[in-house]
Design a protein around this ligand. Sequence first.
Ligand code: NAD
Ligand code: MG
Length: 282
Amino acid sequence: MKKPKTFPEQKQNLPGNEYQMNPEPEIIRENYAGSGKLLGKVAFITGGDSGIGRSVAVHFAREGADIAIVYLKEDKDALITQELIEKEGRQCLIISGDLKEEKFCKSAVKKCHTHFKKLNIVVNNAAVQFPQTDLEDITSAQLHKTFETNIYPYFYIAKAALPFLQEGDAIINTSSVTAYRGSEHLADYSSTKGAIVSFTRSLSTMLAKKKIRVNGVAPGPIWTPLIVASFDKVSDFGKDNPMKRAGQPSEVGPAYVFLACEDSSYMTGQFIHINGGELVGG
Ligand code: NAD
Ligand code: MG
């Protein structure tokens, strides 16, 4: 009989670090010209130390926003992100802690508001994934960890931020293409990403009367530390979509700018699909 893998021994339990990636992901296109779309705004980004979150942070800064990033323990990545934001002439508050804890979520949002005296954009983006091809290998410990990391904090952070958000402000949630078409090796992860789509739709209608918009991005395969930390073989990563390649964080960040600023003023409850051309509904 096949011996089930025990969850705590998986390589996937280790966090990925962007500074160790080869090749290094592209964070922002050199020729991306900011035009003050987020001037004077403050953005709070979970998982902003690396990958998509780092790209969003740097794009927002180039558009004039100050940033707070939350991350688990990748201090070196977070300091690099901070430096990149300071190079854009903006401030970056770095906050390390475990988003699985509601108390930490509340204190992180409060820290950001106390520091900058306002909060305009919330990006829920942190996540973990632990690939398993067999259902029986998804232990209850793994199941709990995936749900407690990937979806509960989206509620905690939105709840904690709401008292500070005003008309014109925005919440942006990161889902995944796996929410729309499933994934044979990420059943628990893709379920949390589906929950994020439903949460986004529900919250968007709840907050429409306050004129706070709630949208999301559903990326396909993007070259980030999450990928290196999760998969043993990465050479074929992203090769099975119509564009036959993985995307770079620099190709995802601009969608968050669009959803954060006034350009998307007539959009709420919607997702932008950045996935190399895979057609998915909704
Ligand atoms: P990433 O590893 O760079 O970012 C994820 C971050 O989440 C980590 O840096 C970590 O600091 C943070 N995090 C994880 N657990 C945490 C916890 N308990 N407390 C605090 N922070 C925690 O990877 P990424 O690919 O940029 O992922 C960002 C988002 O994009 C995730 O929601 C992921 O599901 C989504 N996504 C990624 C891809 C892809 O191919 N890379 C595809 C679809 C969706
Ligand atoms: Mg990281």
